[in-house]
Ligand binder design. Structure first.
Ligand SMILES: Nc1ncnc2c1ncn2[C@@H]1O[C@H](COP(=O)(O)OP(=O)(O)OP(=O)(O)O)[C@@H](O)[C@H]1O
Ligand SMILES: [Mg+2]
Length: 227
């Protein structure tokens, strides 16, 4: 499904971030991207969603070389990707319900779809009771669950999480990880970038480990091997 072919990234003028990356990610996989701060995890994700372009090499989604997608087609193409971040990125003046509904509106979805899907998405992330709460009335874990529901609103094929638990305590961290596992079991590829050793060791899933921009390990049921 996703293929990195000899991909390198050098940020101008001369900051190498990734070198010669060859990775294949298949349908329905759950893949963690591990590595120390600065190893290149976020860069890998930015290349994957074409927020940055590789200095060398190609990235394919299915048969499509994403470097060839016209700029004006990018927003539509990106709808097959759900993204979540460490800092949640919710709209503070909108409720949990409205945050999800707004993303759907922006994606051109009709009112009937929105009224049907938002309650379902809230149920999926177990937040039905918090629908009318604003972000500052939610815990960190709850905010991240709203962000996950929003990321799923376009029914993406892939959910990408860049340090989604970086701002959460241990309890909420596992709540989010369990939710990501559930979403993966429902058929979505999950790509999780994290330097959290506990998460990786507890997952028992594929782990790609980066060090200084290189893949140093790619294990089907990996452990965190740095340090
Ligand atoms: N826009 C940029 N311009 C120049 N250098 C950059 C830029 N973004 C990242 N880098 C550099 O590229 C390298 C990889 O950064 P990246 O953000 O991908 O690491 P990371 O593994 O996500 O780290 P962290 O765990 O701290 O989030 C680092 O050396 C970083 O300083
Ligand atoms: Mg990062």
């Amino acid at each position: 499904m996703i293929k990195f072919k000899e991909v390198s990234k050098i940020y101008p003028p001369n900051c190498p971030a990734l070198g010669n990356i060859d990775i294949t990610i298949n349908e329905k996989e759950f893949v963690s991207i591990a590595g120390r701060s600065g190893a290149g995890k976020s860069t890998l994700i930015k290349l994957l969603i074409r927020e940055e372009s590789p200095s060398q090499g190609q990235i394919f989604w299915g048969k499509q070389d994403i470097g060839q997608i016209h700029r004006r087609d990018l927003p539509l193409w990106r709808r097959q990707i759900g993204m979540i971040f460490q800092n949640f990125r919710l709209l503070s003046n909108k409720t949990a319900y409205e945050n999800i509904a707004f993303a759907m509106e922006a994606g051109g979805r009709i009112k009937q779809d929105i009224e049907r899907d938002v309650p379902q998405l809230l149920r999926l992330v177990n937040l039905t009771e918090r629908a009318e709460h604003f972000p500052d009335q939610l815990s960190g874990g709850e905010k991240q669950r709203v962000a996950i529901a929003r990321a799923l609103a376009h029914r993406p094929k892939v959910l990408i999480a860049d340090e989604p638990t970086g701002n959460l305590d241990l309890l909420h961290t596992w709540e989010i990880v369990r939710l990501l596992i559930k979403i993966n079991e429902l058929g979505t590829i999950v790509i999780l970038a994290t330097h959290d050793r506990e998460i990786i060791n507890g997952l028992d899933k594929r782990v790609i480990t980066l060090e200084k921009g290189k893949v140093i390990k790619d294990d089907e049921q990996g452990k965190y091997i740095l340090f």
